[in-house]
Design a protein around this ligand. Structure first.
Ligand SMILES: Cc1cc2nc3c(=O)[nH]c(=O)nc-3n(C[C@H](O)[C@H](O)[C@H](O)COP(=O)(O)OP(=O)(O)OC[C@H]3O[C@@H](n4cnc5c(N)ncnc54)[C@H](O)[C@@H]3O)c2cc1C
Length: 381
C-alpha cells in the first residue's frame, strides 16, 4: 500500500469508486481508495437501484437529471452492462394534499427540463394494467426515470479507476485521521498510514464515524431500511412504482425478480442490520394491495441496509469549514445511488480544479449550523 497520496478516499461504494473514477478521468491518479470490506458491502449493495428525477427541491432535481444523462451512456463509458431500464417512475397520489403537492413538484421538475406528466387513473391502468388504482387519485410519471444494477455500476467505476492508476485497497479499515493546523495530514489504516492532502469521506452510513476521526461532529444518522426480492418472472413491469403515502417502492429487475421495500416510521437510528418478520409481513400486505396478483408469489430473500439520513434529507457535499482538505460526499438519505454519477464528478472537480461545474454551496455542512435548510419532501420515511 502506498504511504503517500494526493487524495485518500474512504469507502468503496458507488460514491467512493465514482470519485476515484472521475479523479482518474481528470488526470489525477495519485489516489488511494480504502474500503474495510469489499465493493458494495455498504448501502450500495443493499439498495433498490432506483433512479428518479421527481424531487421536491431544485438541488435534487438538478443533480438527478445530470446523473440520468450519465447513466444513459454508462454501458459504453464503463464497458459493463449496468442493467439500466429506463421505464419511468410512477408516483401515485392518495389524498387531495398529495395531488396538490405532486402537481407543484411536477411544475418545478418541468421548469428544470424533467418531462414529468400527470396521469389519470385510466392512464395509470394503461401503463401498468396489474396495478390496483381503486384508492389512487392520479399519479405523476416521468418516463426518463428508471433503475439499474448498483453492483455493476460500482464494479465498473472501480475497474476503470484501477486501469487508469488508482490504488484500491479492499479489506483495509481507516482507523484515524490526523489533522494538523486545520488541515488533513494523514490517514491511519490497519495496514499502515497514508500521508495526504485530501480525504474524501465516502463512508455512507459510517461517515459520521469518519468525521469524528477528524474532530467533526456530523448531523447525519444511520436508519435501517429493509428490502426483499421475490422469485423471478417473465418481464412484465418496466415502471418503478413508489408511494410516499405507504413508504413503499418496487420494480422488476432485468433478472425478473420484484425488488422492493417499505419504510418503518418507528425505526430508531443505529447500526442495526438485522432482518425482521414484521417487515416481510408489512411488505407482502402492501405489495398485494398494489398488485393483487402478487398473492401467490414467493419471497426468495430479504436483507437490510442503512439510509444515511440528514435533517433536510439532502446530501452533505464539499469541504468542511473546520478542516482544509476534508471533503464530504455523504448524507444521501436513501437516494445516493441515483445521485452518484454527478456527485462523483463534482467532488473530483472540487479536488482537481478547486471549483465545481454545478453549484453545491447549498449542500455544504454549514447549512445545519446556520439552520438554512429547505426540506426535501419526496423521501421514503
Ligand atoms: C434498502 C435500501 C434501498 C435503497 N434504495 C435506493 C434507491 O432505490 N435509489 C438510490 O439512489 N438509493 C437507494 N438507497 C440508498 C443508496 O444505497 C445509498 O445512498 C448509496 O449506496 C450510498 O453509497 P455510498 O458509496 O455513499 O455508501 P456505501 O455504499 O455505504 O459505501 C460506504 C463504504 O464505506 C466503507 N467504510 C465504512 N467505514 C470504513 C472505514 N472505517 N474504513 C474503510 N471503509 C469504510 C463501508 O464498508 C462501505 O462499503 C437505498 C438504500 C437502502 C439501504
Amino acid at each position: 500500500m502506498k504511504d503517500k497520496a494526493h487524495v485518500v478516499i474512504v469507502g468503496g461504494g458507488v460514491i467512493g469508486t465514482g470519485v476515484a473514477y472521475n479523479l482518474a478521468k481528470m488526470g489525477m491518479t495519485d489516489v488511494v481508495l480504502v474500503e474495510q470490506k469489499r465493493h458494495s458491502y455498504g448501502s450500495t449493495g443493499r439498495c433498490g437501484g432506483g433512479i428518479r428525477q421527481q424531487w421536491s427541491t431544485e438541488e435534487n432535481i438538478r443533480l438527478a437529471k445530470a446523473s440520468v444523462e450519465q447513466f444513459e451512456r454508462m454501458n459504453e463509458e464503463l464497458g459493463v452492462d449496468i442493467g439500466y431500464i429506463q421505464g419511468g417512475y410512477l408516483i401515485p397520489a392518495f389524498t387531495e394534499d398529495e395531488v396538490r403537492d405532486y402537481r407543484k413538484n411536477m411544475a418545478l421538475q418541468n421548469s428544470l427540463g424533467v418531462p414529468t406528466r400527470w396521469l389519470s387513473n385510466e392512464e395509470i391502468k394503461e401503463l401498468v394494467p396489474m396495478l390496483n388504482t381503486e384508492k389512487m387519485m392520479g399519479a405523476t410519471f416521468c418516463p426518463t426515470d428508471g433503475h439499474a444494477n448498483p453492483f455493476a455500476v460500482t464494479e465498473g467505476y472501480a475497474r476503470r479507476a484501477k486501469e487508469m492508476g488508482v490504488e484500491i485497497n479492499l479489506f483495509t479499515t481507516v482507523t484515524g485521521i490526523d489533522v494538523v493546523d486545520g488541515e488533513v495530514k494523514r490517514v491511519h489504516t490497519d495496514r499502515g498510514d497514508i500521508e495526504t492532502e485530501f480525504v474524501v469521506n465516502a463512508a455512507g452510513p459510517y461517515s459520521p464515524l469518519i468525521g469524528r476521526m477528524a474532530g467533526i461532529e456530523m448531523p447525519n444518522k444511520p436508519y435501517r431500511h429493509e428490502i426483499l426480492a421475490t422469485e423471478r418472472f417473465r418481464h412484465f413491469l418496466d415502471t418503478m412504482i413508489i408511494s410516499f403515502h405507504h413508504g413503499l417502492y418496487f420494480s422488476q429487475t432485468t433478472r425478473g425478480e420484484i425488488v422492493g421495500g417499505i419504510g418503518n416510521p418507528d425505526e430508531k437510528p443505529g447500526y442495526n442490520l438485522s432482518s425482521s418478520l414484521d417487515f416481510a409481513v408489512r411488505m407482502a400486505r402492501a405489495l398485494i394491495e398494489f398488485m393483487p396478483q402478487f398473492k401467490n408469489v414467493n419471497m426468495v430473500r430479504q436483507w437490510a441496509g442503512f439510509y444515511d439520513v440528514t435533517p433536510d434529507a439532502k446530501p452533505i457535499l464539499g469541504e468542511v469549514d473546520e478542516v482544509r482538505g476534508f471533503i464530504q460526499a455523504n448524507g444521501y438519505s436513501g437516494h445516493g445511488f441515483m445521485l452518484a454519477p454527478i456527485v462523483a464528478q463534482l467532488m473530483a472537480e472540487l479536488i482537481v480544479d478547486g471549483k465545481t461545474s454545478m453549484p453545491i454551496e447549498s449542500m455544504n455542512m454549514r447549512r445545519f449550523k446556520d439552520m438554512d435548510m429547505v426540506q426535501e419532501a419526496n423521501v421514503v420515511g
